[in-house]
Design a protein around this ligand. Structure first.
Ligand SMILES: Cc1ncc(COP(=O)(O)O)c(C=O)c1O
Length: 386
């Protein structure tokens, strides 16, 4: 990617932080031994791995033995869902999730539905938020798993995770899994004893670490079916030689993100407010999917009667990179399941754009976006269907 590009697609992926890249290369060069080997080099690699595990555990308020390194958020979500379903099916086969989860959750529960599990999908309101009353109605004694994302990747809605946890734990023996891929390092994410979630998924490449890195974290040692079987690495839950450089880089990225969280939050919130005000200037041609309650680092909006791809290409010509509602759905022609669930005016369904901030976003990028967008809207005005 060219250096002068304004990159506002950090929810799709982030540019690795230079210090994290340096760590990754260093560990690859010096500590490449297999951490399961018993020779000295293996023991040293294992010490690094254990330290990384300990650091991540501290950030999440759990113990090192509850941190399992994965190859990203998709794997962590699959592992949580299949791992819990397979060990708990003798207690019940009822699962609850939401209509707006990431495909790595939705496709996993769909697979379980085909195998005879029963799945309820919670609806969301116009702000993309679930109803706790609906959760209370749907939860049953035989519910074994509830999976609710913390922040939605397409429009930034924040779900009431703590209140949901209380309802789940008071009314069932279900495990509560939270996909925190879009929230970790940007909003507080940590275990809170019995009061919070039981399992959390995190992805490295959303916090300026490497693609192909992530974590599934447990509140305590729950029984889970292994996801990948083989040599029994990662406490028997995820076999395969552990990628120590990815794990060490992940731990560093997690620490950097959490340490800078308060500052980044304030900065992003101010930029998002600025963008909202700017977009309101376009009056009835723009519909904001993100709201005042959304996470400040994701701003999603739609332009009446225009296609998202046209807007993206026009902005790209101005040197600004944004995306349609999500990277996963951007190559599909049908409207995303999240946009459908929001039940918005059909005239706004096709023109959804998402801009998302990261640690490297600057004030100048926000200004560049506004200038480029104003220019593009002028150019495309003839194409607008009123
Ligand atoms: C909410 C959410 N969950 C899960 C994932 C999958 O993470 P990964 O790309 O690390 O597999 C993503 C990626 O976009 C996401 O946004």
């Amino acid at each position: 990617m060219k250096d002068n590009i304004v990159y506002l697609d950090n929810s799709a992926t982030t540019k690795p932080h230079p210090d994290i890249l340096k760590t990754f290369v260093q560990v690859n060069e010096q500590y490449y031994a297999n951490p399961a080997s018993i020779h000295e080099a293996g023991v040293t690699a294992n010490t690094l791995l254990m330290r990384a595990r300990e650091q991540v555990a501290q950030l999440l308020n759990t113990e090192a033995k509850e941190i399992i390194f994965t190859a990203g958020g998709t794997e962590a979500n699959n592992m949580a869902i299949f791992g819990i379903a397979r060990v708990s099916m003798h207690k019940g086969k009822h699962i609850i999730t939401t209509q707006i989860e990431h495909p790595s959750v939705l496709e996993a529960v769909k697979r379980l539905e085909e195998e005879g599990f029963e799945v309820d999908y919670l609806r969301v309101d116009g702000n993309g938020v679930i109803s706790l009353d609906e959760l209370r109605e749907k939860i049953r004694k035989d519910t074994i798993l509830v999976s609710i994302m913390h922040v939605n990747n397409e429009m930034g809605a924040i779900q009431p995770i703590e209140q949901a946890a209380t309802i789940i734990h008071e009314n069932s023996r279900a495990m509560f899994h939270v996909d925190a891929v879009q929230s970790f390092g940007k909003l507080p994410v940590a275990f809170n004893g019995e009061a919070g979630p039981d399992i959390v998924s995190i992805s490295g490449h959303k916090i300026h670490a490497l693609k192909g890195s992530g974590v599934i974290a447990l509140r305590k040692s729950f029984k889970m079916a292994p996801y990948i079987v083989g040599g029994g690495q990662e406490f028997g839950l995820r076999s395969g030689t552990v990628a120590v450089p990815q794990a060490v880089a992940f731990a560093k990225a997690a620490r950097l993100a959490v340490e800078s969280m308060d500052n980044t939050y304030q900065k992003y919130a101010a930029w998002q407010q600025d963008i909202y005000t700017f977009l309101k200037g376009f009056d009835h041609d723009i519909y904001l999917l993100s709201t005042k309650q959304s996470a400040p680092y994701i701003t999603s909006f739609s332009v009446r009667g225009l296609k998202g791809e046209i807007l993206i290409n026009a902005l790209q010509k101005q040197g600004v990179i944004v995306s349609t509602s999500s990277a996963c759905s951007s190559k599909q022609t049908k409207t995303s399941h999240v946009v459908e669930a929001l039940n918005i005016d059909p005239a706004f369904k096709k023109g959804v754009l998402r801009m998302s901030f990261g640690m490297q976003t600057t004030e100048a990028d926000i200004t560049a976006f506004k200038q480029a967008f104003a220019k593009v809207m002028k150019q495309l005005k003839g194409d607008l269907v009123k």
